[in-house]
Design a protein around this ligand. Structure first.
Ligand SMILES: N[C@@H](CCC(=O)N[C@@H](CS)C(=O)NCC(=O)O)C(=O)O
Length: 225
């Protein structure tokens, strides 16, 4: 038992969505920086192995000592554990089905692609094919965002209506991954507006600045090498 959460995360990673959720929930947490995708310095990323044998962030150690991996599950569970923050529809809320559907969709249809996108050599040995693999993954990611735009049909200030939820935090962070926000907003303009709203959430200004800064060109698709 501890008095706080322990979060394994990294600057510019999906773990920042969990950091944002804990911040809005007013929950203190100890941060273990584990940049799993810094291929030049593997030792730092190895820190997360203490909590996740897949060597991925985020991983959250609950005050009970139980470990949770999987960003969507972590965010949903935090919403359940801290209902007073109002960041997730409760079990009997009519928005609950859509909430679970799209949390899971972002995780499985979109976020999961980055295991290969970040390092195509994991499945494709021929280096001359990596740029093509990358392009095809990007096309699939954008196709999935377009499906979510049509299916989730955000109509209010946020995806599920007028209240910010962890789904908005999740989309705001994952849509920052390559091909980045401009390409995302081109296929999913209403989700793009929601993401911009989350970017400007005053309670998260310090967190974004420190953990996922809006540096020049941050939203532009990088050139393929
Ligand atoms: N299914 C996992 C995916 C997490 C994930 O891919 N995290 C990235 C950082 S954004 C990572 O640690 N990548 C290193 C790797 O996959 O080797 C989740 O949703 O939490």
């Amino acid at each position: 038992m501890t008095d706080r959460y322990i979060l394994y995360s990294a600057v510019g990673s999906g773990g920042v969505a969990v950091e944002a959720a804990l911040t809005l929930m007013g929950q203190p947490y100890a941060l273990v920086e584990a940049p799993t995708f810094a291929f030049d310095a593997p030792e730092a990323g190895d820190r997360v192995l203490a909590a996740n044998p897949l060597r991925q962030v985020p991983a959250l150690v609950l005050p009970s000592g139980e470990v949770m991996t999987e960003s969507a599950a972590i965010l949903v569970r935090l919403g359940e554990l801290h209902p007073e923050a109002g960041l997730a529809p409760r079990l009997d809320d009519p928005r609950r089905a859509a909430f679970l559907r799209w949390m899971s969709f972002v995780s499985s249809a979109i976020y999961a692609h980055y295991w290969l996108k970040d390092d195509p050599s994991r499945l494709v040995a021929d280096a001359s094919l990596w740029a093509d693999v990358d392009r095809r993954i990007e096309a699939r990611i954008l196709e999935c965002w377009a499906v979510m735009e049509a299916g989730a049909a955000p109509v209010g200030r946020y995806i599920l209506g007028e209240a910010l939820t962890v789904l908005d935090l999740y989309v705001a962070v994952v849509s920052r991954f390559r091909p980045r926000r401009q390409a995302f907003a081109a296929v999913a303009p209403r989700l793009g507006e929601v993401a911009r709203r989350v970017d400007t959430e005053p309670r998260l200004a310090a967190l974004w600045a420190e953990r996922y800064p809006f540096e020049p060109g941050w939203d532009v698709r990088p050139l393929l090498t």
